[in-house]
Design a protein around this ligand. Sequence first.
Ligand SMILES: C[S@@+](CC[C@H](N)C(=O)[O-])C[C@H]1O[C@@H](n2cnc3c(N)ncnc32)[C@H](O)[C@@H]1O
Length: 256
Amino acid sequence: MPATRAEDYFEFLAKLGLTKHYGSLDATLELAEMTRIKPGQLVLDLGCGVGATAIYLAKESGFEIIGADLVESMLYRANERAAEQQVLDKTAFLAADARVIPFPDDCFDVVLLESVNVFFDNKLAAFTEYRRVIKPGGFIGITEMTWLKEPKEAFVDLFKNTAFATALQADGWKALLTEAGFTNVRGNGYPIDPIRESKGRFERYGRGFVLKIIGRMVKLILTDKDSRSFFQDGTSGLSKDIIQYVGYGVFTAEKS
Ligand SMILES: C[S@@+](CC[C@H](N)C(=O)[O-])C[C@H]1O[C@@H](n2cnc3c(N)ncnc32)[C@H](O)[C@@H]1O
């Protein structure tokens, strides 16, 4: 990825030690069910951030998961958290670009991506690369920001300029999966429920951890000018109007 503000944004999230996706834990659990993950399977979580999903699924369901992220400081946080949660034996985190996966063809049962594809310009090339590493009969599962109806141009620009993200409508995400060669493409877009979002974040990270994040947040606001600008960007502009348009989608498909 070229040096852009998106990279600075990811560095900021790593400093905070918190990454997220719309739909929170509900989306993750639906993905795990729809991709039929079973203990003993080889699962790859691309763009794993601080490893919350891999660690949650390892701890709660006993799955073994490899997380990969482009940003080294995310992996530091992921390993730190995996050690705290005592799942180092079930998780492994490595530096990799999701668009050029350093694994041979046909090796994973399931590939997951949560809020990663919105950052890619050439989404089809990325989806084709995911398909390459999935075993025949294996699944892809993605959860991504999803427009619930045709967005106003101003909303598209807002997300592009503040979160570096370009979302699609549900049909758009599904069409990409089909175009990349996947079959049995399924999934839907859902509205965001702010209460479920916060609850899911507590459940995904744990109450004590969320308090730790709040402490880091206050410190970053007080001491780090760049981080302060991300807090301001993140909280501005989300009018009541836009909430009717922004949702999340959970989609899965099979490599036949
Ligand atoms: C919004 S965060 C979501 C993280 C995580 N999936 C979650 O749900 O908490 C997006 C993540 O994608 C990672 N990322 C962005 N571009 C990437 C790429 N080309 N390859 C791998 N990871 C990437 C970022 O570093 C960041 O950790």
